[in-house]
Ligand binder design. Structure first.
Ligand code: SAH
Length: 219
């Protein structure tokens, strides 16, 4: 993959337009909008996408996976209600863009990817050294990270056929999980709050379309 790491007035201008567009679509959390405005999204994509990196669309990142649409990233992040210093578990590192948004909000991020090539790629991605609060793991997100649990928040960025029990267990009481749940083509965004050891409140939001959350590691 060839990438350009120049962030000039042209990209900054396009990024501002992207943020305005996301705000117009209903995202109100200014901290989330600032985070999107601060991160050069074209750094996360192949040069071939340079002219369109700031369109509000998902793009391929290799291994049949995608970087999520910025609106979707903003939507999930807003629902997560991130506070500084929180421990957040992300399932599906992909391009690491979403992890950087969480890091911009001063969270401590633990992110898991099951595709070895994507995981290895992020090790070489020098821009990520800017974010010292992100830890990268290669593994199966269905297992979570029991060693580092419990987490304040869990963010799943792939489509889950049902709610993964182990991830619920790894939430703190009072913690929240944001997860798209459903079949192949369309999933409902859920926010689950852990109110007791085995007690949960579920809120439902809009429909989205994510790549599937698959079991096991690949590679
Ligand atoms: N958060 C990403 C979105 C990537 S798409 C970004 O900002 O770019 C979803 C990602 O979830 C893909 O990279 C896919 O390989 C990964 N994934 C799917 N099932 C998984 C699982 N069980 N554990 C960890 N990662 C998984």
């Amino acid at each position: 993959m060839r990438r350009s790491y120049i962030d000039d007035y042209k990209q900054k201008g396009l990024r501002k337009q992207l943020v305005d567009g996301i705000r117009a679509k209903g995202i109100t959390d200014e901290n989330v909008l600032n985070a999107i405005g601060n991160i050069p999204r074209h750094f996360f994509l192949d040069n071939a996408f340079e002219g369109i990196a700031y369109e509000d669309r998902a793009f391929p990142i290799g291994e049949g996976q995608t970087i999520s649409q910025p609106y979707t990233v903003a939507y999930q992040t807003q629902l997560l209600e991130v506070k500084p210093m929180e421990k957040i578990l992300e399932i599906g590192t992909g391009s690491a863009y979403q992890a950087c948004v969480l890091a911009e909000l001063k969270a401590n991020v633990f992110t898991i990817e099951r595709q070895r090539k994507l995981f290895e790629h992020n090790k070489q991605f020098s821009f990520l050294s800017k974010y010292r609060t992100i830890r990268f793991f290669y593994g199966d997100g269905y297992e979570g990270l029991p060693t580092y649990a419990p987490f304040d928040k869990v963010l799943v960025t792939a489509a889950a056929p049902s709610i993964p029990t182990k991830l619920l267990q790894q939430l703190k009481i009072g913690g929240k999980m944001v997860i798209p749940v459903g079949e192949k083509d369309v999933q409902r965004m859920l926010r689950i709050t852990k109110v007791g050891e085995t007690e949960y409140n579920t809120e439902t939001f809009d429909d989205f379309s994510f790549v599937p959350m698959l079991s096991g590691k690949n590679g």
